[in-house]
Design a protein around this ligand. Structure first.
Ligand code: FES
Ligand SMILES: [Fe+2]
Length: 387
């Protein structure tokens, strides 16, 4: 459906900052190279703790992070071949979650009937993906398509983000090209214009026009000359639950959002920059270019975005009934999509499937002090993503 691009006052959707996720999608949970064969770690997808391990043959698996014996976290355990052994009494679970070995059980005794929930996992684009919803439909759901990943001539920069904010706040930041004002001192974009806007059942697609100028824009290939403004169309899509944008032929961004809790989100971003270098030379200097771009460009943009997103979250927790006004129709469309996806999941789920996916009670997060001690995974270094 084509939507109007006029910027007029609209009321922010009620409940958007507390809405749950639709778990019937693939969620990126970490970089593949950070989980070596024989290692196990903890990830959280919307309040579901998951023990993610790579067996000794290199295949990743995911089990609920609670041992069926006494509930101890399975990510504290050890990998034994294909199995994950709980740290406490050594019960071993195969990838399906079935208990297949109890070290102190006499051979004549039957194994206890103990089963941990297992999650579908896959590895693609250098990322590990988990499907936290109904496993029966996992195979029908697609990962984002990233054509640049298999084409030559693109410099790929992976970047990780961590935000103490609800995923709706983060996704709105990515979709809102009008916040170039924030990045003014970094020579971000200026004079944004919303050209077109479409909304479908699963996506919001917008095209903006933006202008670039300065040394940074020239360095990134956005303009030919530093002293001249260049105007380009930028296509941005929020294809639930992930985001992508593209400056055709110049750069592309795929931003995989991981909702952790009502006040915490992560993201795994893959930036692609078109470079005019021979492929062999590019491969040689890629690690250096990745570090430079991450540290001197993307991290600096990200720090500014994080400051705003976390401020927005804190202000919401302090006064959830404050009326906010939005004028960008793309943001209102993103809010509608997030709510629609959650409603769709609720309607299609049994009460058991809803367990762990319930809209949260935010009372526990409402003290600003509690923000300082939010739990989060430590295995993923806090690097940058930027929008
Ligand atoms: S608690 Fe896991 S084996 Fe006992
Ligand atoms: Fe930004």
């Amino acid at each position: 459906m084509e939507l109007a691009t006029t910027l007029t006052s609209q009321t922010v959707r009620a409940g958007i900052r507390e809405v749950g996720i639709n778990p019937n999608h693939w969620y990126a949970v970490g970089w593949a190279k950070q989980l070596q064969p024989g290692q196990v770690t903890k990830v959280t997808v919307w309040q579901q703790a998951i023990a993610l391990y790579r067996d000794t043959a290199g295949t990743p698996h995911a089990l609920a992070d609670a041992c069926p014996h006494k509930g101890v976290e399975l990510h504290r355990g050890k990998v034994h071949g294909q199995h994950l052994a709980c740290r406490y009494h050594g019960w071993e679970f195969e990838p399906s979650g079935q208990c297949v070995h109890v070290p102190y059980l006499p051979p004549s005794q039957k194994l206890p009937c103990a089963q941990a929930r297992s999650y579908p996992v896959q590895e693609k684009y250098g990322l590990l993906w988990v499907f936290p919803g109904d496993p029966a439909i996992a195979a029908d759901r697609q990962l984002p398509l990233m054509p640049e990943d298999s084409q030559g001539g693109w410099l790929k920069v992976p970047v990780t983000g961590h935000f103490k904010a609800h995923f709706s706040i983060c996704n709105e930041n990515s979709m809102d090209v009008f916040h170039g004002f924030l990045h003014e001192n970094l020579q971000g974009w200026f004079d944004p214009l919303l050209l077109s806007l479409q909304e479908t059942e699963d996506a919001v697609c917008a095209e903006y026009q933006v202008s670039y100028k300065g040394r940074m824009a020239k360095f990134l290939g956005l303009s030919e000359r530093a002293d001249q403004a260049t105007t380009l169309p930028i296509a941005v899509q929020y294809r639930y639950p992930h985001y992508q944008s593209s400056l055709r032929g110049v750069s592309a961004l795929y931003l995989m959002r991981l909702p952790v809790s009502p006040v915490e989100s992560r993201s795994f971003a893959l930036f692609f920059f078109k470079v005019r270098l021979p492929q062999r030379l590019l491969k040689l200097i890629e690690p250096l270019l990745q570090r430079l771009l991450e540290r001197f460009v993307l991290m600096r943009f990200l720090a500014q975005d994080i400051e705003m997103m976390e401020s927005e979250q804190r202000q919401y927790l302090a006064e959830p009934t404050r009326r906010c006004v939005e004028i960008n129709p793309a943001i209102i469309a993103v809010q509608r999509l997030i709510i629609r996806q959650y409603e769709r999941f609720k309607q299609s789920s049994s009460p058991t499937q809803m367990n762990g996916h319930k809209a949260p009670n935010l009372a526990v997060y409402r003290s600003v002090e509690s923000q300082a001690s939010l739990p989060h995974e430590r295995w993923l270094p806090d690097r940058a993503d930027s929008t």
